[in-house]
Design a protein around this ligand. Structure first.
Ligand code: IFM
Length: 507
């Protein structure tokens, strides 16, 4: 077994030093995040079989330009280079996801050793580089065979997931301390089975609610299975894209729209996982679609598996109002479809907030991150928080020598990390931050058109080029002090010396 390095132990509550300088506590986990289908490629190698995303992306019209994850960033072959880059940049942690169809191709039965070997080698390389690995068990790549058997609307998928979680926990539990059961189950349920803009592309409102429940059940069963095989230091969390939903006005109708969307975006997962119940209002609001009879005795107690931390993914807030009777374009930021992902609240209108937008047309609003952290600080007192995703896509353009200067991303990160610091000063127990994303990658139905990476990927040559933001973040990871955005102002940074060409203090 490889020794786990002496990196941040999330069981210690950090204190924010009282100073004017935005300094984060020692041991704060500075990481980056990726997901298997978005970066690995090699979709037919070493026994891997198709996932729902292989099928979906190969279906004409489903993704921009017909892009697929067949090659993606070729991380499956270039992982050593990627770990070396993280090490050179001084990043302290790395959140990756395990591809279910690589490890258990049919979603049943024993694990494929070659699949597990890939992740063991990756984790060993990370540990040798002093980088703390965090494994996400499910980031949307359901084995196609399980979808053919019913997918997430079928209860059995939750049991299959628990078996898979145990297999991966047994194989990697001696090396990986930090685990996330599911990434953004909202997307799996409501984009996958509601609006159909994500795999498997079904548009069945009742199935979306069933999927949501079976994802809650899978989280609880999977966490229980994982806990039974992990050594004592193993920590279990889940990554929720809990929404920050704001009413357009203070009118009772807009506030009611806000309540309904919040229930569908956030509470449908956070209430079962944290409190062991569904909001009564959600059951009432969706009564015309389903009677929820798929919820069996004991399911909600299972879903409420005690967590070691709560993972939150934040990008932008959402502004809603009661339907205004006009039939304008839907602006919920989740891709175009004639079908709403907001099951039972299809009438709610979404509005573009004023101000700066990212390349996803998502607003740049760090106050939402502060709001989210404070919400869960109040709602789950004593539960440490991890920001398991935050970041932005911009229209990065390579300059002379292929270098990429991305001041918009640096400004976005600076604003959001200032909000994190403020939340910590206000009492939020935040233990780490995983920036989305390490590399430019396959952005689901947007294909390769949207670039979220700190590191540019040239999709012709697959060369990796750290952007200015990669060096700016490196400075933060090495010093725990939030660098001034101007520290990334030099468009031609020295990749060794760090952002702005200045010296980077030693770790
Ligand atoms: O790329 C995605 C990721 O897979 C899940 N969270 C949001 C990111 C940006 O859209």
């Amino acid at each position: 077994m490889t020794d786990v390095p002496d990196v941040h132990d999330i069981s210690e509550t950090p204190r924010v030093p009282p100073s004017g300088e935005l300094r984060f506590p020692p041991g704060f986990l500075w990481g980056t995040a990726t997901a298997a289908y978005q970066i690995e490629g090699a979709v037919r190698e070493d026994g891997r079989t198709p996932s729902i995303w292989d099928t979906f992306s190969h279906t004409p019209g489903r993704t921009a330009a017909g892009d697929t994850g067949d090659t993606a960033t070729d991380h499956y072959h270039r992982w050593r280079e990627d770990v070396a880059l993280m090490k050179d940049l001084g990043y302290r942690a790395y959140r990756f996801s395990v591809a279910w169809p690589r490890v258990q191709p049919t979603g049943r039965g024993p694990a494929v050793q070659r699949g597990l070997d890939f992740y063991r080698a990756l984790v060993d390389e990370l540990l040798a580089a002093g980088i703390q690995p965090m494994a996400t068990l499910y980031h949307w790549d359901l084995p196609q065979e399980l979808e053919d058997a019913g997918g997430w609307p079928a209860r059995d998928t939750a049991y299959r997931y628990a078996e898979y979680a145990r297999l991966v926990g047994e194989a990697l539990g001696d090396r990986v301390q930090l685990w996330a059961t599911l990434n953004e189950p909202w997307c799996s349920a409501f984009l996958g089975y509601g609006s159909g803009v994500h795999a498997p592309g079904r548009t069945e409102p009742a199935a979306a609610l069933r999927a949501a429940h079976h994802l809650n059940l899978a989280h609880g069963l999977g966490a229980t299975a994982l806990r039974s095989v992990l050594p004592g230091q193993g920590k279990i969390t889940v990554s929720l894209n809990a929404g920050v939903v704001r009413p357009l006005t203070g009118s009772p109708a807009d506030e009611d729209a806000q309540r309904r969307i919040d229930a569908l975006a956030t509470r449908v997962f956070s209430d079962p996982m944290l409190h062991g119940s569904y909001p009564e209002s959600l059951l009432a609001d969706t009564a015309g679609i389903t009677d929820w009879s798929f919820v069996r005795d004991g399911d909600l107690a299972t879903a409420k598996h005690p967590l070691d931390a709560l993972g939150l993914n934040y990008y932008a807030p959402t502004v809603v109002s009661a339907a205004d009777g006009t039939d304008g374009p839907r602006r919920d930021g989740h891709g175009r479809s004639d079908h709403s992902p907001w099951t039972g609240a299809e009438d709610v209108a979404f509005h573009q907030p004023p101000g700066e937008l990212t390349a996803m047309d998502w607003s740049v609003d760090p106050t939402g991150l502060h709001e989210l952290l404070m919400r869960f600080t109040r709602e789950a007192p004593g539960l440490p928080l991890l920001i398991t995703e935050n970041g932005a896509a911009f229209e990065d353009r390579p300059g002379p020598g292929g270098r990429v200067h991305d001041p918009e991303r640096i400004a976005y990160l600076h604003g959001h990390l200032t909000a994190v610091h403020r939340a910590m000063t206000d009492g939020a127990d935040v233990r780490g931050y995983f920036l989305w994303s390490l590399l430019d990658n396959f952005e689901w139905s947007f294909g390769y058109a949207k670039r979220f990476g700190l590191i540019r990927v040239d999709y012709d040559t697959l060369a990796r080029i750290p952007k200015t933001s990669a060096h700016w973040y490196s400075r933060l990871a090495r010093t725990n002090v939030l660098p001034d955005p101007a520290a990334g102002a030099n468009p031609d940074p020295d990749p060794v010396a760090g952002a702005g060409g200045g010296p980077v203090p030693a770790a």
